[in-house]
Ligand binder design. Sequence first.
Ligand code: MN
Length: 243
Amino acid sequence: MQLPIYFFGDNHFSPVSSPSNEKKIKKMKEFLDSIEYNSGSVFIMGDFFDYYFEYKKNNPNYFEEVFLVLKQIRDKGIEIYFIAGNHDYWIGSQFRSLTNQTFLTDQTLSIGQKKIYVTHGDGILSWDRGYRILKLILRSRIFRFFYSLLPKKLALNIAKKISYERKDSHIVNQEKLDNIHAELINYAKSKWNQGCDIVIMGHYHHSFNFIDNEKQLIILDDCSEEDFNYAKYDGESISVKRL
Ligand SMILES: [Mn+2]
């Protein structure tokens, strides 16, 4: 993996084209233009797509424009890594071929001076027990097989509904936010104790940066139409930035 590594995610690109989606793509291009003269790597932290299901045959062309952007930056020598989020773990060989490497599980990167634990961030909270079971079902081969038999239009409509409902769960009050942070700090501590220096995740759609001695927990915000939140790791330290 080439340094520097740029981490970002939660773009939630939609399979249905809209002015808002176009703006998001434009914002990502702007970001990629700003780094294209450096070599390095882009690490997409999941929920890059709001909904992605890759069929073995006749895969719909929902994300042609985004794919093209990825191809272009890879042609410029930037490496692309991807870790699946809860909205886009049904990736297949077509998407994989656009990346240097695609991961379905959490990763530990040992590059430069720090050890970085990368996770999308879903399914960590103690009260997410029901979701963790759902996650196992949704990710199973058997579910994936039966889902692939649904008419594509129906599949897309189901996904839209689920995705819409899950977004509501990101609206939280301060008390809940404090609870979430306390749990995620504990989670990060368990990784620090295993020798990691930095724990980085997305998923929670807000930015949080916690430093404890030499150890760090970074929660990245989403990448919206106006705001592109990312972290840059140069092999020595990691910094959180916005475009
Ligand atoms: Mn997510």
